[in-house]
Design a protein around this ligand. Sequence first.
Ligand code: NAG
Length: 196
Amino acid sequence: MMAAQDTTSELLTNALFLLARHPSYWDQLRAEFVDIPEDRLSAEKLMGSSLIANILHETLRLHPIFPLLGRLALRDTVLPVGGGPNHGRPIFVQKGSMVVLAYYALHRNRSVFGDDIDEFRPERWNSIKPEQWEFMGSGGGNRARLGQKKATVEAAFVLARLAQSIGTLESRDSQDWKGELKLTCKSANGCKVAMY
Ligand SMILES: *[C@@H]1O[C@H](CO)[C@@H](O)[C@H](O)[C@H]1NC(C)=O
């Protein structure tokens, strides 16, 4: 179990970084939320928006907040795949070895996400259905992110409220996204945008 701080704000920073460079999604967000009074922005309403869900999933796919996870083998272990010439055979993991899972790479598997894996294209989530271990934006299994629903509603609320009041979101950063890896991976250059 790990606790990290600022994960929701890191997710929002990345989402705004990407949205500023893809204004058509900002326009879609505005169209969906601009006329909804704040007291009707319920958790159910926010969780029910496939546009917001797609944007958050796509942001976590491209820039997972936890991009790496390490596991130390406590005993000699055989994993079902990963060995042999095509990595499809079992693989031996000796006691004491560290196995590192790279979600950054996992999230760029073309047979799961399509050929344009480096593009920010939230609508891909309308036609793909990654299985539990193919997308690890919020972890998985017993150790999935405990606060996932809370974080999603918070992030969705901030996006919806910003979209209601900000007509135009423009990038003020010519650099590509760069990560800064500690326990989590956040945008090293923050998110420089103009809002008006
Ligand atoms: C990509 O995903 C497919 C489906 O889950 C899997 O069979 C394949 O091994 C993955 N490719 C790599 C390089 O991990």
